[in-house]
Ligand binder design. Structure first.
Ligand SMILES: C[S@@+](CC[C@H](N)C(=O)[O-])C[C@H]1O[C@@H](n2cnc3c(N)ncnc32)[C@H](O)[C@@H]1O
Length: 307
């Protein structure tokens, strides 16, 4: 069956030129990669590719992005069951999430993490999120490839689903590794914002005290899923904290496995950042675009409320 093409408009106003040189640089390789290396959506601060991230980032210039947030496949879809909203549901997230065996999974992670190192600016940082199914492989590779790990954050979900088997502990956290390009690199950290900022729903964070490496943030709110559900969607609040802590104004942020676009949405809400997202499932790209369009329609007071 012929693939339906996107009907989203690519904006071409004069102030929408920021991504132009990157886009034409990457597009040159379209025939070599036999992949769609033309973004399906671009504005002045948001650029989305509907493609395999390896095909796209392998064509990015060296030292281009300031921060990478990667939420790669967890490789945990094993036909098991979990509990969601009081119901027994399959843990299977999609074909993209099934494991190809330990060695193949390790190779996959090594390929994309190596490319991320090449395209990260010398002072840039990378975040990788995951559960024990993938995070130890990614942590090992960060060290093998010469990154310097700055923190491993435990994202605690107070409303995580219960454990059905009652034979082990209820999984209620994910790990986030934060690393700079190498040991000597000078990375950006907004210490003051993390200490003095407003994080009202996190009972571990005390006013005017240093931010700790345990973050209490609930799973995404229903309104974050109103344009479509993604099985491993991250809460905007989590990405908001990540972006505020590790990027400055005008930073270029990349999410190679962007799913429903949460990283881009948090970046848009904060403002003054440029976001590039890559996702190979068209349905999630559509969700990301709808979420972005909703933010752009908000007035200042609505934006202030969600900031
Ligand atoms: C863990 S989810 C990311 C969810 C995202 N953080 C969010 O908040 O919606 C990983 C996503 O990566 C996509 N994906 C997997 N392998 C990919 C690849 N090689 N290139 C691009 N996207 C990929 C999957 O379709 C899935 O949507």
């Amino acid at each position: 069956m012929k693939k339906k093409s996107f009907s989203y408009k690519i904006s071409k106003q004069s102030d929408f030129k920021f991504f132009d040189s990157l886009v034409s640089y990457v597009k040159k390789y379209e025939s070599v990669e036999k992949s769609n290396l033309t973004p399906v959506f671009i504005t002045s601060d948001f650029c989305l590719y509907n493609a395999d991230c390896l095909a796209v980032i392998s064509r990015f210039p060296d030292n281009y992005v300031d921060m990478i947030f990667a939420d790669p496949p967890y490789k945990l879809s094993n036909n098991g069951f979990t509990c969601h909203a009081g119901r027994m549901v399959s843990v299977n997230k999609g074909k993209w999430d099934s494991s190809n065996g330990f060695d193949e999974d390790l190779k996959f992670h090594e390929t994309w993490i190596s490319e991320c190192k090449r395209i990260l600016k010398p002072e840039g940082t990378i975040w990788i999120s995951g559960t024990y199914h993938s995070i130890y492989q990614c942590g090992y590779l960060l060290q093998k490839l010469g990154f310097h790990i700055l923190n491993d954050i435990a994202w605690f979900k107070p409303n995580a689903s219960p454990n059905l088997s009652c034979r082990f502990f209820t999984a209620s956290h994910e790990s986030l590794l934060w690393a700079r390009k190498d040991k000597k690199a000078k990375h950006y950290f907004d210490y003051k914002m993390m200490k003095e900022g407003h994080f009202p729903n996190d009972f571990v964070k005390k006013n005017n005290k240093q931010m700790r490496s345990v973050w209490v943030i609930g799973t995404p709110k229903p309104e974050e899923k109103k344009f479509g559900k993604h099985p491993t969607q991250k809460p905007v609040e989590l990405l908001r904290r990540i972006i505020l802590s590790s990027t400055d104004k005008n930073s270029i942020i990349l999410d190679p496995f962007c799913g429903s676009g949460t990283t881009g949405i948090a970046s848009k809400i904060i403002g003054d950042r440029k976001f590039i997202g890559i996702e190979y499932d068209e349905k999630y790209i559509k969700t990301a675009i709808s979420r972005y369009n909703e933010i752009t329609r908000m007035n200042e007071s609505q934006l202030t409320l969600i900031k």
